[in-house]
Write a new protein. Structure first.
Length: 123
């Protein structure tokens, strides 16, 4: 048994092997401050950085599939018929993900969308 203990003591454990640095590399133990009980909580004003960021919003009026020969025949005055009915809700997207539906409206001289529903994502 004494031989077994000596053998066990001589073999480095996995933690000792992992802590050994390659030759020529200085390694020091990191001295980290305690994060404290408030760590991870958002302070006043920190979220404002994100709230002021802008993201592109895309509105999809509809879509259709066309053969290349038909696309090449399009010109000024051509009309393409989409898959949605007039008055049917349009889809709003953030980074390719649908997040809302709404109705097209006219705002002065511009088109707009009146939000009807925020879409819940499955996940």
């Amino acid at each position: 048994m004494a031989d077994e203990e000596a053998t066990t003591e001589q073999q480095p454990d996995a933690a000792d092997e992992a802590s050994e640095a390659p030759e020529g590399v200085d390694v020091e133990e990191a001295q980290l401050a305690d994060a404290g009980p408030d760590a991870g909580q958002t302070g006043d004003g920190q979220i404002d950085i994100l709230l002021d960021a802008t993201v592109p919003v895309e509105v999809s009026l509809g879509q259709l599939d066309m053969q290349i020969r038909d696309v090449l025949q399009l010109g000024g005055g051509s009309v393409v018929t989409l898959d949605k009915q007039a008055g049917e809700p349009v889809d709003l997207y953030l980074r390719g993900v649908r997040f809302a539906t709404g109705q097209l409206v006219v705002v002065g001289e511009r088109l707009g969308v009146r939000i009807e529903q925020i879409v819940r994502q499955n996940g």
